[in-house]
Design a protein around this ligand. Structure first.
Ligand SMILES: Nc1ncnc2c1ncn2[C@@H]1O[C@H](COP(=O)(O)OP(=O)(O)OP(=O)(O)O)[C@@H](O)[C@H]1O
Ligand SMILES: [Mg+2]
Length: 400
């Protein structure tokens, strides 16, 4: 099962690329679902088909465009919150009712930071595991929001552990007292247990889906400085959370013949320089190139042609590159943590040991990495980032 997620700076062509990938893969015989995970949906406009919150099969057989299956959906995050987190709403409802707060409704629950992103991913995960499709293509929101979507299951899991510890401590303290003070019964421990189990189960599923070898992100960019810089940062941040990136899509490239026009000659020259720059910066990721088309790329016919331009002979669903992720290795003496962080800048990096976790920060994002049991008694004896790989050494104090 393949899940391919497209992200990149606003307006670079994410929706177009996601739709073209899906249409071209379906034309080659795959069963494909393309899902818009961007709350500002435009997938329906690009496909020129009205879409809703349930996957809709696009009737294409008569146009002879497709030999596989193409379905499309625009995720309604708020409806998904009601579907997947209803039990958490009940739990919060029970908790709050004592304080005179009315029921917590799905709409309000959806306001919790990150819940819409988590729920969107849950919907993608259920389509990916349902067996109806070979490939799920996800059109994500621009970089920041997509990064939240992909790194939240891991971050939320860590935050939840702390919250639950706190909550248990408070409940243990408050419940006996409160039982004597209020007439209404407080929620019993089973309510907490059920809600916790649901949250852990959901987050666990999402973490598995994101780290699944069949799941990868593709970064869409145009040959412009600011766009390239944003994608470089995204690549580092995704690596921090072990999210695989398998390719870069370079969109809107001017054709060589445009150089014959004096007005465009400088653009063509600039683009050629950026092309080789991008290949070097993102190495060893393959760069898929898409031309600037004569007109907007909408309708199945145009998307199919755009997909063919983009992939040529390559299978759009192939995992185009694999990069190593986080690993712990034995060394003499002690252990080594190795985390590839391509394009990380030393001045943005920060590593600190906090109890049983190693906290790594790359600019805006921060990942607490739980340490394996056998490293808990050891100290950090050195850390450095070289050639895009962070290495942290662990030794017992006596060995240092
Ligand atoms: N290679 C291309 N040639 C010509 N037009 C293109 C190309 N790629 C994208 N476009 C056009 O550029 C516009 C923006 O593309 P698209 O909606 O795919 O970008 P996006 O990254 O999804 O934007 P947003 O960040 O708003 O979601 C659309 O009108 C689309 O048809
Ligand atoms: Mg878009």
């Amino acid at each position: 099962m393949r899940v391919v997620l497209y992200t990149g700076k606003g307006g670079v062509g994410k929706t177009t690329t996601a739709a073209a990938t899906a249409v071209w893969a379906a034309a080659r015989g795959l069963r494909v679902l393309v899902a818009s995970a961007d709350a500002a949906h435009s997938l329906g406009d690009v496909l020129e088909e009205p879409l809703g919150a349930e996957p809709r099969r696009l009737a294409l057989a008569e146009s002879g465009t497709l030999s596989g299956v193409l379905a499309a959906v625009e995720v309604d995050a708020r409806a998904e919150v009601a579907r997947h987190w209803g039990a958490v709403g009940d739990y919060l409802g029970q908790l709050f009712r004592h304080q005179g707060i009315e029921e917590v409704m799905a709409d309000e629950l959806a306001l919790l930071p990150g819940l819409e992103e988590l729920t969107t991913l849950l919907a993608v995960d259920s389509w990916a595991s349902g067996g109806a499709y070979d490939l799920v293509v996800v059109d994500c929101a621009p970089t920041d929001s997509a990064l939240r979507l992909l790194t939240l299951p891991e971050a939320a899991h860590a935050a939840l552990r702390i919250l639950l510890k706190l909550q248990r401590a408070i409940t243990a303290m408050v419940t006996p007292l409160a039982r004597n003070l209020v007439a209404v019964p407080l929620p019993g421990p089973e309510v907490f247990r059920d809600a916790e189990a649901l949250i852990y189960r959901q987050l666990g599923r999402l973490r598995e889906r994101i780290s699944d070898p069949g799941t990868s992100v593709r970064l869409v960019l145009t040959p412009e400085r600011m766009v390239i810089d944003e994608s470089l940062r995204a690549r580092t941040d995704l690596a921090l959370f072990d999210v695989a990136v398998d390719a870069v899509v370079m969109n809107r490239l001017l054709p060589e013949e445009a150089a014959a026009e004096p007005f465009f000659a400088e653009w063509v020259r600039q683009q050629a320089a950026r092309r080789s720059e991008v290949a070097g910066l993102f190495s060893p990721l393959p760069i898929l190139e898409a031309p600037l088309q004569h007109d907007e790329v909408t309708s199945l016919e145009r998307l199919r042609a755009h997909g063919r331009d983009l992939f040529g002979d390559q299978a759009p669903e192939a995992l185009l590159s694999t990069e190593p992720g986080l690993e712990f290795k034995r060394e003499d003496p002690g252990y080594l943590l190795r985390l590839p962080l391509p394009n990380a800048r030393a001045e943005d990096l920060d590593v600190s040991r906090i109890g049983a976790q190693l906290v790594v920060r790359t600019g805006a994002l921060r990942r607490p990495i739980p340490l394996p049991r056998h490293l808990l008694g050891l100290d950090v004896s050195g850390a450095r980032c070289r050639d895009g790989i962070l290495e942290v050494h662990f030794q017992s104090i006596g060995d240092a």
